[in-house]
Design a protein around this ligand. Structure first.
Ligand code: ADP
Length: 362
C-alpha cells in the first residue's frame, strides 16, 4: 500500500525546480530516493555534477517544500551525483572534453586549467588534464610532477600521471627537461591525437585540455579529433588581451565549439598591507566580449596563486580560503553547471521533443 505521507512529499518535490533547467526535480529524475519515517522525510537528490554550483539552493528549496507538508517535522537532504554523458561521448570512457584557451600567452590559462581540474576533482568528479600547450608545457610543473615520466601500460597505452586527484599528461613528462620542441604542424597534430586516443585515461567525467595560446594547428586538430563539449576562454581585462580573446572566440565559433564562458584572470589586486583594491588592468573589461558570453568568474592577482603553482600545488588546494581560490572554485563549479545544463537540455530536447515548453539553452 502507498504511504500517503510519502505521496505528499513527492507532490511537494514536484514543486521544486532545478534552478538552471527550470524543470522539477521529479520529472528530471533527480530524486533518487524519498522516505518518510516518524514524521522525518529523507530525500536523496542525484545531481548532474558533484561540483554543482546550486547545491545549496536546491537543498534549501527541497527543505522548504517538504517541511510545508502536514505532519513532516524534519527533512534530511543528501546528495549523490552522476555526470550525464552527451549522446555522443567524447572518447570511450570520457564524458566531456573541455578546452581551456586564450588569445595570448601569460594570461594565466594554464593556472586556471590546473585549478579548475583540481577543484572539480576535490568536489568528487573524475578528472583528467591534458597539457596540449605543446610549445610551453607548464602543467606538469604546476602539478608538482615536473620530473615524472609517462610510462606505457600492458596494452602499450600511455599511463597518465596522477597528482592532486587528477590524471594528467604533459609533453614535459615525455621530453627531457629544458628541451624545446621544434615540431611542425602535422607532428603536433599526431601528438595531440596520441595524447587523446593512445592514453589510458580510464573513466572520466571531465577531460580538461590546456590549449596553446592563440589560434593555431593544435586547437584546430583537437576540435577535429574529438567531440568537444565546449571551451573556456581565459583573458585578462585590458584591451590588448581582449582583442586576442575575441579572436579565439571566433575560432571556436568557426569550429562549432560552444564557448561555455569567460574567465577574467588578474582581474584586480587587493593590497595585503592596506586592503585597498586596485583594478590594475581594468576589472570587468571582459564584459566587452559581449553579453552573450557568460562570465564564469573574476580571479584577482594573488601572490599565493603564483607561489603555489611554482611549488606544484594548485592554489585551490594549497590555500582554499583565499579570495582567488574561492573564485577559482566557483569558476570550476559554474563550468560544471554549464556542462550539465547543456547535456540535460540536449537529452531532454531529444526525449521530450514533443512537449511544447522548450528549454532555453544558455
Ligand atoms: P598562460 O598559460 O596563459 O601562459 P600561466 O598560467 O602560465 O599563463 O601564468 C603565467 C604566470 O602568471 C605564472 O607564473 C602564474 O603563476 C602567474 N599567475 C597566473 N594567474 C595568476 C593570478 N591570478 N595571480 C598571480 N599570479 C598569477
Amino acid at each position: 500500500m502507498r504511504d500517503p505521507a510519502l505521496d505528499a512529499v513527492m507532490e511537494a518535490l514536484k514543486t521544486v525546480n532545478d534552478p538552471e533547467l527550470h524543470r522539477d526535480l521529479v520529472s528530471l529524475g533527480m530524486i533518487e530516493r524519498a522516505e518518510v519515517s516518524g514524521g522525518v522525510a529523507a530525500v536523496k537528490v542525484n545531481l548532474t555534477t558533484p561540483a554543482c554550483p546550486l547545491k545549496g539552493k536546491i537543498e534549501g528549496d527541497v527543505r522548504e517544500a517538504v517541511m510545508a507538508v502536514p505532519g513532516i517535522t524534519d527533512v534530511v537532504v543528501t546528495f549523490g551525483a552522476m555526470v550525464r554523458a552527451p549522446s555522443q561521448p567524447a572518447l570511450p570512457g570520457v564524458k566531456h572534453v573541455l578546452l581551456v584557451g586564450s588569445g595570448k600567452g601569460g594570461v594565466g590559462k594554464s593556472s586556471v586549467a590546473v585549478n579548475i581540474a583540481a577543484a572539480l576533482a576535490r568536489d568528487g568528479a573524475k578528472v583528467g588534464l591534458l597539457d596540449a600547450d605543446v610549445y610551453g608545457p607548464s602543467v606538469a610543473h604546476m602539478m608538482g610532477q615536473g620530473a615524472a615520466k609517462v610510462t606505457a601500460n600492458a596494452e602499450r597505452k600511455m599511463q597518465p600521471i596522477e597528482a592532486h586527484g587528477v590524471r594528467f599528461i604533459s609533453m614535459a613528462n615525455l621530453s627531457p627537461a629544458g628541451q624545446a620542441l621544434v615540431w611542425r604542424g602535422p607532428m603536433l597534430h599526431s601528438a595531440v591525437q596520441q595524447f587523446l586516443k593512445d592514453a589510458a585515461w580510464g573513466d572520466l567525467d571531465y577531460l580538461i585540455v590546456d590549449l596553446p595560446p592563440g589560434t593555431g594547428d593544435v586547437q584546430l586538430s583537437l576540435t577535429q579529433t574529438v567531440q568537444v563539449t565546449g571551451a573556456v576562454i581565459v583573458t585578462t581585462p585590458q584591451d590588448v588581451a581582449l582583442i586576442d580573446a575575441a579572436r579565439a572566440i571566433d575560432m571556436f565559433r568557426k569550429a562549432s565549439v560552444p564557448v561555455l564562458g569567460i574567465v577574467e584572470n588578474m582581474s584586480y589586486f587587493v593590497a595585503p598591507d592596506t586592503g585597498l583594491t586596485y583594478d590594475l588592468f581594468g576589472r570587468g573589461g571582459s564584459r566587452k566580449l559581449g553579453a552573450e558570453h557568460l562570465l564564469l568568474g573574476e580571479v584577482p592577482i594573488d601572490m599565493e596563486v603564483r607561489k603555489d603553482s611554482d611549488a606544484g600545488v594548485p592554489a585551490v588546494l594549497a590555500h582554499p580560503d583565499s579570495v582567488a581560490s574561492a573564485a577559482l572554485t566557483q569558476i570550476a563549479r559554474n563550468l560544471a553547471g554549464q556542462v550539465s545544463v547543456r547535456s540535460m537540455a540536449q537529452s531532454l530536447q531529444q526525449s521530450l521533443a514533443d512537449l511544447p515548453d522548450q528549454l532555453t539553452v544558455v
